[in-house]
Design a protein around this ligand. Structure first.
Ligand code: HEM
Length: 493
């Protein structure tokens, strides 16, 4: 009994000390929710509330509720991961003011660090240092408009035909996520890796990527636990996922072989991004492990985001027949009954499809953006202190009735009179110097694929009464549809 009482007292005192420390850290901070009238207990309450979020949906929604209840002027200070001081941004005007702030070029290790046993390239780079700058330059060259239009456009067309074949393979109940993953893996290999292999469509590898999506989300929410688990698992993953390991080896060997044998006036490394990465890594005498992590990141980041975005857009078309007809009519006006492939000029004319993709990304884009303040940032007399995490709750901004008329309604035409405010709280490709370098690449690929699908296929949900309002969204790295309907696929006459 004595021991139990002593233990209880120690725990109580330790908590009081912790509560006081937390309170001392935030007592002068503008607009903080944890005080609850009882500073020490209020801080302890928020410490536990944010210590181990079960999933990203819970995390983002908890932060959103806090920001709505306690935020002022689009800012709210709080804890994340228990004790990390974080400022939540929920206003497009603050986004504008600090989006490009020089002290916001780094990413918080407590959100991105968990996956380093597996991926470590530009996306996962905490620091915007010289190496990041070099890598970023390589990405920008390979993903810029001229490279996409010149080098990838025809591959996008071929890949879209493949997507249609995938969909037609099970016309009575097509699983769109499955089909899109196959397409994205294939497209990513053909464009960014410059090569392809049948290993990609092995059912075990498709399953692995589906599983990866959930894993990446879990890692961002629980980075420390994840890093520990992954660094152990990394050594034996080939035993559990032999097909995945085979694919990794294939990509690596292929890149190294091509770079080593490259000669002539146009070195092979200039042909695609993975060869560029391999060439640089070999020149810097990096270990093979470092190279694997960088290539793995390129592979994952280019497939997982696009899979979510494209699968959601196809589902949005299927469950909104009026919208599908409008998009089809636009295609018909451009091509008539001609079955030719689209040209770059045709793509320019697809204005409704452009808006449709934009609206799809408003619903299915990323849930939040995480940055790190590397120095004090002053806005309107408020200081975001050095070391604080800065989380832009972009999904919440994209759904905020203050900035959008009827935000829950899927309305591509809302972009016909887009103002600066809605542009600022849209940001599906991020903000500032760490924004996604693949904005043009991704939207062009989505547009080509949707255009080809619209011209050849009619899509409907198997469950005929399924409406847009029935969709359940969940915050993940990309916002996910948790109840995706199976689709009926019919060839247009
Ligand atoms: C629809 C598809 C995509 C969406 C919605 C998307 C979205 C994003 C977002 C929100 C960020 C973080 C930006 C920030 O922190 O401000 C990001 C970063 C990044 N994305 Fe994408 N992305 C997509 C496709 C791709 C593809 C295909 C690639 C191919 C290589 C790619 C490569 C990257 C890289 C390298 C970064 C890190 C940039 C940096 O930290 O400097 N993304 N993306």
């Amino acid at each position: 009994m004595h021991i139990v009482v002593t233990a209880a007292l120690i725990i109580l005192v330790a908590h009081l000390v912790l509560g006081v420390i937390l309170w001392l850290r935030v007592r002068k901070i503008y607009c903080y929710p944890g005080l609850l009238g009882f500073p020490v207990f209020g801080n302890l309450y928020y410490f536990y509330k944010t210590l181990l979020p079960s999933n990203m949906d819970y995390m983002v929604n908890t932060l959103d509720v806090m920001a709505k209840q306690h935020g002022k002027d689009g800012l709210c200070f709080c804890w994340t991961s228990g004790y990390k001081l974080t400022v939540l941004i929920t206003s497009p005007h603050i986004t504008k003011e600090i989006g490009f702030h020089p002290n916001l070029a780094d990413k918080p290790a407590f959100m991105y660090g968990g996956s380093t046993p597996y991926i470590e390239g530009i996306f996962n780079s905490e620091r915007a240092d010289d190496l990041w700058k070099l890598k970023r330059k390589e990405y920008s060259i390979f993903l810029k408009k001229t490279s996409v239009d010149r080098d990838y456009f025809n591959t996008f067309i071929k890949c879209s035909d493949k997507m249609i074949d995938f969909m037609l393979a099970s016309p009575s109940a097509a699983d769109i996520h499955h089909a899109t993953i196959s397409l994205m893996l294939y497209t990513s290999l053909r464009t960014l890796f410059g090569n392809e292999t049948s290993l990609i469509s092995h059912p075990k590898n498709l399953k692995l990527i589906l599983w990866m999506n959930n894993l990446i989300t879990y890692i961002m929410v629980n980075p420390r636990l994840a890093a520990l688990f992954l660094s152990i698992f990394r050594r034996v993953d080939g035993l559990f996922f032999p097909k995945g390991a085979e694919l990794r080896t294939w990509i690596l060997e292929n890149s190294i072989k091509t770079v080593k044998s490259s000669k002539g006036p146009t070195p092979d490394k200039e042909k695609n991004l993975s060869l560029q990465i391999t060439s640089r890594s070999l020149k810097c005498n990096n270990s093979i492990n470092v190279l694997i992590k960088e290539l793995q990141e390129l592979f994952l980041i280019s497939t997982h985001t696009l899979t979510g975005a494209l699968a959601s857009s196809i589902i949005f078309l299927a469950i909104q027949p009026d919208m599908q007809e409008k998009a089809w009519k636009e295609q018909h006006e451009i091509f008539g009954n001609d079955e030719r492939d689209p040209t770059l000029e045709d793509m320019e004319r697809m204005e409704f499809l452009d808006r449709f993709i934009k609206e799809s990304l408003r619903f299915a884009g990323p849930s939040f953006l995480g940055k790190l303040a590397t120095g004090d940032i002053n806005i309107n007399g408020i200081t975001i202190p050095e070391g604080a995490g800065v989380v832009f709750l972009i999904r919440c901004m994209r759904m905020d009735p203050e900035y959008w008329k009827n935000p829950k309604v899927f309305d591509p035409d809302r972009y016909l009179d887009e103002d600066e405010t809605s542009k600022l709280c849209y940001a599906p490709f991020g903000v500032g110097v760490r924004a996604c370098p693949a904005n043009y690449f991704s939207t062009k690929l989505m547009k080509v694929t949707l255009s080809k699908i619209l011209r050849r296929l009619k899509l409907r949900p198997v469950e005929e009464n399924f409406r847009f309002e029935d969709i359940k969204f969940e915050c993940a790295v990309m916002t996910e549809i948790t109840n995706p309907p199976l689709l009926k696929i019919e060839e247009r006459a």
